[in-house]
Design a protein around this ligand. Sequence first.
Ligand SMILES: Cc1cc2nc3c(=O)[nH]c(=O)nc-3n(C[C@H](O)[C@H](O)[C@H](O)COP(=O)(O)OP(=O)(O)OC[C@H]3O[C@@H](n4cnc5c(N)ncnc54)[C@H](O)[C@@H]3O)c2cc1C
Length: 407
Amino acid sequence: MFLKNKPMWGKRTKLKSSYDVVIIGGGLHSLATAYYLAKDYGITDIAILEKNYIGFGGAGRNTAIVRANQRTQYNVPLYKEALDLWPVLTKELDYNLMFNNCGNLNLMHSEAAMKAARMNICTAQFHGVESHLIDAKEAKELVPALNISEDITFPIHGAMFHPPGGIVRHDAVVWGLAKGAAKKGVEIHQQTEALDITTKNGKVESVKTNMGTIQTKQVMISAGGYSAALINSMLGIRLPISVLTIQAMVTQPLKPILDHVVSSGAYHCYANQTLKGEIATGAHMDPWPNYTTLNTAYYIKHQAEALSEFLPALRGLKFMRIWGGLADMTPDMAPIMDGNDQVEGFFMDCGWGYFGFKSCSAVGKYMAEFIAKNECPDILKPFNLKRYQDHKLMGETAALVNYSPDN
Ligand SMILES: Cc1cc2nc3c(=O)[nH]c(=O)nc-3n(C[C@H](O)[C@H](O)[C@H](O)COP(=O)(O)OP(=O)(O)OC[C@H]3O[C@@H](n4cnc5c(N)ncnc54)[C@H](O)[C@@H]3O)c2cc1C
């Protein structure tokens, strides 16, 4: 009973009237940024404001897939660093993040997709990321349950095999980072909603919340699916972001059958087996912008049909749980990380769509550097907002359309 009202990451504190840094949103990117601000720069006078509870957003809803085989030269190094950080963070935080580098297999269903995958693989290998093109028989050797016959809707021609990727336990990442940040003095305020940001002479002055007003010179918004609306309503900055619902499900538990993450762009479906034995599956995204996290019968049918074709051993399995979350999608499927440009002291880290879990470790580290030094680190520069104005969109969409999963 002594645990009553005591969050697992530290003691509950009263919101102060001023902080050095205020971070809006209690998701992955906020927690990671606060952790690195405290650890790498000794900045600990930080308030994380979360309107619900930490992990309420995509942080607690994602299917936990991590990988570094993105498509462009800007994205691959960032995701590689993020992937390399999971074992480091596990040690540093002294918290088991349950990183299982079981490898990812992205199925290809045409010769055009195989060709496109070659380009991806070259970029990955150039940046030191292990990635190989394998044929259908080799894919079947890795995943015996795979159906490589010709009589399915999208016959499998081969796969992009990425051995270092896999799964990390998403709740553990939320709790581990929260504990790590709180231990260093960061305050996490749940049920505290940021309502507005006030500015004076083009500089951040304060953040209004339902618990009172906070004076601060630096504020970051990283509120997942809610970021674009908040940034627009608070500062009048319009972002090219559409918010869509992604759904995911788990089946009843099975004996081990799948020891890789298997995904298919053509079937628009991915699956992996959790440590509990459930098959976790997702990828489908509702095609209309919305802010609900509702589930649809269409999605359940789609997922059942797709899995029955390329992993027929799963036919007849029962789905046990289904849920949805928001994805903040940009036109080039790459995030927006920017700061100090529109308003001095204002930073944004958003537009992560399906990719915000796998990236959070490295992005937290670099957003912390950005805020601490007031200078954008080179690795983040290509992700600025101005790229849309300058027509310098990134080519990550091709990674999705041609062959890649949505995870
Ligand atoms: C079903 C599903 C599957 C996914 N699978 C994967 C995957 O396998 N791999 C991967 O890399 N990514 C995946 N994603 C994407 C990933 O979860 C997101 O990109 C990621 O969670 C974004 O992190 P974030 O820190 O930006 O925001 P979030 O984790 O969404 O956190 C934002 C927080 O901001 C809070 N908030 C909003 N408004 C306010 C306010 N005014 N004041 C205070 N707080 C506020 C919200 O309550 C929320 O807790 C998936 C997403 C979904 C929905």
